[in-house]
Design a protein around this ligand. Structure first.
Ligand code: COA
Length: 160
């Protein structure tokens, strides 16, 4: 069993644990890197949870270990999905699916019209996941910053 929880600033250690795990295990799936965020201080982690309009949702196992993460950023009319990650042991059980549904529910409730995200070339599992949820490619492409410019990001969109 697991639960989905919205993190508050006091829970910065949970955020740090799952975020660093994600960056270490899936280095090409995210814009940031383990090497950068490893040096974040307690203040940096707390501020990420406190000083933004972003919402940080985690999946917790039944012994309260973080096993999944998704960050949502409200823009003007769109919600952006960032940092989607599920611990390898817990994959294939619908956890990412639940995290995305939580974002969709939030976006509908707050009357946003679209959800957007970027996914990287060759990330088949994530692409399949997003397609399954109804996201389509917009045709907009970009790259990761130097020195990972060879990794192409594709924008995907879900109309609500
Ligand atoms: C992508 C990721 C988040 C999926 O997490 P998950 O909890 O295993 O996904 P779910 O179990 O909720 O799967 C939901 C749907 O996604 C698709 N999917 C997930 N993993 C898949 C895989 N390895 N191959 C094909 N399709 C896959 C399927 O359509 C699945 O639906 P189904 O089980 O009914 O067929 C996980 O593999 C991960 O953390 N990867 C590394 C980080 C990453 O790439 N993040 C995305 C950045 S854009």
């Amino acid at each position: 069993m697991h639960s989905i929880q919205l993190l508050n600033p006091e829970q910065w250690k949970i955020f740090k644990e799952i975020r660093l795990e994600a960056l270490r295990n899936s280095p090409n799936s995210f814009g940031s890197t383990f090497e950068v965020e490893f040096f974040f201080t307690q203040n940096d982690w707390v501020n990420k949870l406190r000083n933004t309009k972003n919402l940080h949702l985690v999946a917790l196992s039944d012994n309260f270990k973080p096993i999944g993460l998704i960050i949502l950023k409200p823009f003007k009319e769109q919600v952006g999905i960032f940092a989607m990650y599920v611990n390898p042991t817990f994959r294939g059980r619908g956890i990412a699916s639940e995290l995305i549904h939580a974002v969709i529910e939030y976006a509908i409730k707050k009357k946003f019209s679209e959800i957007i995200l970027d996914v990287y070339d060759q990330n088949t599992s994530a692409i399949e996941l997003y397609k399954r949820k109804g996201f389509i490619f917009t045709g907009v492409k970009s790259t990761l910053p130097y020195p990972r410019k060879h990794i192409i990001k594709h924008q995907m969109l879900l109309k609500l």
